[in-house]
Design a protein around this ligand. Sequence first.
Ligand code: P6P
Length: 287
Amino acid sequence: MTASDPDPVDDIVATIARSAAEIRQGLVGRRGKADEENPSGETQAEADIWADELLADRLSSIDGVGQYASEERSEIIDAGDDQVYIAVDPLDGSSNLKSNNTMGTVFGIYDEPLPAPGSALVASGWILYGPITTMACARDGSVTKYELTGGGRTVVEEDVTLPDEPLVYGFGGRVPHWHDDFREYVREIESDPGHKLRYGGAMIGDVNQVLTYGGIFAYPALEDSPRGKLRLQFEGNPIAYLIESAGGRSSDGSQSILEVEPTDLHDRVPLHVGNTGFIDQLEAALA
Ligand code: P6P
């Protein structure tokens, strides 16, 4: 690719940003359950299917895109080119539709065919459908935050890094299903009055709090689900890439998420992301 060729990464990020307002508006009237399950066996909302089809059409037609893969579809779309490969969670936290809580769209842009390790990411990010619609995007080792209005995108912060002092924590999974060593780790975090609980049921809302205030988000390995709940390609890798680009750490319990070798497109991964000290402490607790 020469300097004058269009950059597919720029086009992909711009297309997702431009689509955010339409996705947000399109949630209205699509809050019901479809009679379909995603490849992870979760019942899909009408909005899951609709947002996936919208993004699949727009992203797979961008020059340079080799594949479009989604948490909502079992098969990868072959987009014909061979520069970048896109993995998307079109609507993270769609269970929050019923209660009108935050949700997001997560994307990872890889330079290897999928499934690929997170070390093959060249960019990642998320859209957060909060009181306002925002985007966080990691590329070339730094994170930029945008506000999205209509089809426009305004930079609100560049070179975003996690605050040095961690403040918030949020841990998924049912507490009785946590492993004892994880439960003990949580007790240590909770016992510090300088920390406070933030868990909203949509990873993007929780991770964005960690990016903003410092802290940790985890959806750990569970006794009844050894690989946790979250998907490596569509959630774990993109989130880990962004948090590490912002000076934090990620872990599957023993190594960076970005080093986890995938075996299947819909692999799950125990996900822990946040301030380096918290993640170092976690790995010591689970060792
Ligand atoms: P639970 C949403 O369904 C999701 O995939 C993540 O966004 C979120 O962190 C997690 O599941 C919530 O899971 O078990 O708390 O409902």
